[in-house]
Design a protein around this ligand. Structure first.
Ligand SMILES: Cc1cc2nc3c(=O)[nH]c(=O)nc-3n(C[C@H](O)[C@H](O)[C@H](O)COP(=O)(O)O)c2cc1C
Length: 307
């Protein structure tokens, strides 16, 4: 066991650093830039039943301290993913987290059920928090609806660990997390992008093709830390539910903050666009940090924030 190895519901991770959904291709694309053995997991793009073109370009905008995207879940769809990409999961030297998106319970069931048959996908992550589509957040509008969705999906996910990825709600996130776990989730990914607006004052229209879009990167980091800590403290710590803390992490200090706030693993997305090697630097920094804190394992630092 290395200093920074950890585990998510029994799935061993060589490092707590996880590449976040939608920012690292389908499965193995990041292998061109980094040795994937040095990250704990890669998360697939969110997969839907049918192929999706996503929203019209332009879909990405530079923003102060981050970026705004309106990708809209562009992906090749379930059948092509299963035929072309899923076989690669067995050959990458890291864990693969299969991200599932849907506009209906049936769609989530269909995709999650297929993913559960793939041994090389030990964790399934339900994306119920995409702000860039009209129906991507439907399932997380209400705790009871979310619990119902999880209960149904749990019925078809019998082998994989089941995570749910929630939106950065500043009120009511703990309720959502509790409902998801009551429905059958094993873990939580906190959080997706923040729903924002950006207006072109000349045209008086949205700068991208939708009125509301997702903001990510350094600007959301302090909010993400607060949300991870709140859910950890008020629910997840006692319930023994692991959190993948995601939002604005680009260096090891920000990753360490997530760990202290209560995250077992740390997602990185936008930082990959700035420096695809940043997950490696973060893992190295975490290693030095754990040693300097006098700990034998990073697990000792999870939730170790002192008020
Ligand atoms: C371009 C882009 C595409 C994304 N696509 C997805 C997606 O398909 N599914 C998903 O669950 N999250 C998606 N996300 C959200 C990220 O996985 C992550 O939760 C969010 O960006 C916050 O982390 P970050 O600040 O490290 O990027 C996307 C984010 C970006 C920037």
């Amino acid at each position: 066991m290395g200093l920074i190895s950890t585990d998510l519901c029994g799935v061993a991770l060589s490092s707590p650093v996880v590449l976040a959904a939608g920012t690292c291709g389908y499965v193995d694309e990041m292998a061109d830039a980094i040795d994937l053995a040095r990250v704990g997991a890669v998360t697939t793009k969110s997969i839907t039943r049918e192929p999706r073109e996503g929203n019209q370009p332009t879909r990405i905008l530079d923003a102060p301290a981050g970026m705004i995207n309106a990708i809209g879940l562009a992906n090749m769809g379930l059948d092509r993913f299963i035929a072309e990409k899923a076989p690669l999961a067995a050959s990458v030297p890291t864990n693969v987290i299969g991200s599932v998106a849907g506009g209906s319970v049936e769609e989530y069931l269909r995709i999650a059920g297929r993913f559960d048959e793939i041994e090389a996908i030990p964790i399934i992550e339900l994306n119920v928090s995409c702000p860039n589509t009209d129906d991507g957040r439907h399932a997380s509008d209400d705790p009871d609806r979310l619990k119902g969705l999880l209960a149904e999906v749990r019925g078809v996910v019998t082998r994989s660990r089941l995570f749910v990825k929630l939106p950065p709600k500043t009120d009511g996130l703990v309720d959502l997390a509790e409902s998801a776990v009551a429905g059958g989730a094993d873990g939580l990914t906190l959080t997706n992008t923040l729903e924002v607006m950006s207006i072109d004052v000349e045209t008086r229209r949205s700068r991208l093709t939708r009125p509301r879009m997702g903001y990510s990167g350094p600007g959301i980091h302090p909010l993400s830390v607060r949300l991870v800590h709140q859910v950890y403290k008020e629910f997840a710590a006692d319930a023994g539910v692991p959190i993948i803390g995601t939002g604005g992490v680009s260096d090891w200090r920000e990753a360490a903050e997530m760990i202290l706030a209560g995250a077992t693993a740390v997602g990185m997305g936008t930082a990959l666009y700035v420096d695809p090697r940043s997950p490696i630097h973060v893992a190295e920094g975490l290693q030095r940090w754990v040693r300097s804190q006098g700990c034998a394992s990073i697990g000792e630092l999870v939730g170790a924030f002192e008020q």
